[in-house]
Design a protein around this ligand. Structure first.
Ligand code: URA
Length: 281
């Protein structure tokens, strides 16, 4: 009889992530899989991430209201995001352009510019919404609790961190973990569109309604969009369409799944759809 091959530490980690995810998604595990021992001790719990809050009316209304709220007039120094993005001809140049950009008021209250994490050569690019507290501190996207769940979700279909490249629609943390406003999204959009064009992934994953609606120019909510493959229209440096598209899969945002664990079953179906696509492409 064939002996099962010994697992490398990397395989064990991926398998444990798969088991954890299945456990959390409420999926029944087969006996041979459950024989794997559970993690000895849970990793120290990251600090709880407060759910995103809707923007306060002061932040969404007018520049005058923003001044009254103590944020100052959103003065734009230097080039627009579109001009700055257009000049960047590499991911390094784009990171530098975003770090130097002063046209988004969120930068004033953020500790760090959050650009990307993961493998620049990965086939898959994931785009989320905006950095939270942990991401702001680390300067890396999806670094806190929702990032840990995101990693687990992808590990569950065999995609470890080096198979992914991750960024956000907005590069600075909205104060108090509120949602980014439409103005803030519109300001940062040329950056993420250039980011996607320079990265040129084979597959784009949009995590949550803000990313899905902004990049796909959709008004449909994420509950209806999730799991439906769409074509993302690749942009030229000036922001116009190239005519080329990338397959794009909207997923529930991991922060939403942390609050609504029952929806993990649907997220699992969507991950299987991604797995299927990867195997057949
Ligand atoms: N939520 C996001 O959308 N992005 C992050 O980087 C962290 C939390």
């Amino acid at each position: 009889m064939l002996e099962p091959a010994a697992l490398t530490p990397h395989d064990e980690k991926a398998l444990q992530a798969l088991i954890d995810w299945w456990d959390e998604a409420g999926i029944e595990l087969d006996a041979p899989v459950t024989r794997l021992k559970k993690r000895p001790a849970p990793a120290p719990a990251p600090r709880p991430e407060p759910p995103r809050q809707a923007p306060t009316p002061q932040r969404t209304a007018t520049p005058a209201a923003a001044i009254a709220a103590g944020f100052g007039e959103p003065e734009v120094k230097g080039p627009s995001a579109q001009d700055a993005a257009a000049k960047a001809d590499s991911l390094d140049a784009l990171e530098q352009a975003i770090t130097q950009f002063d046209g988004c008021p969120l930068k004033r209250t953020a500790r760090n510019t959050v650009f990307a994490r993961g493998n620049r050569d990965a086939r898959i690019m994931i785009v989320g919404e905006a950095p939270g507290r942990d991401e702001d501190e680390a300067g890396k996207p999806f670094f806190g609790r929702s990032g840990q769940l995101l990693d687990k979700m992808f590990a569950s279909i065999g995609l470890a961190e080096d198979a992914l490249y991750i960024s956000n629609i907005v590069n600075w943390r909205p104060p108090g973990n509120r949602n980014p406003t439409q103005d803030e999204i519109a300001t940062c959009l040329p950056f993420i569109e250039r980011h996607i064009a320079l990265k040129a992934p084979d597959i784009l994953i949009v995590a949550g309604g803000v990313a899905a609606q902004s990049l796909l120019r959709e008004t449909t909510g994420i509950t209806r969009l999730r799991g439906q493959w769409r074509d993302y229209a690749l942009k030229q440096a000036d922001g116009s369409d190239t005519g080329q598209t990338i397959p794009c899969l909207p997923l529930f945002h991991p922060s939403f799944l942390l609050r609504q664990p029952a929806s993990k079953r649907m997220a699992w179906q969507d991950l299987l759809s991604l797995d299927d696509r990867l195997r057949n492409s």
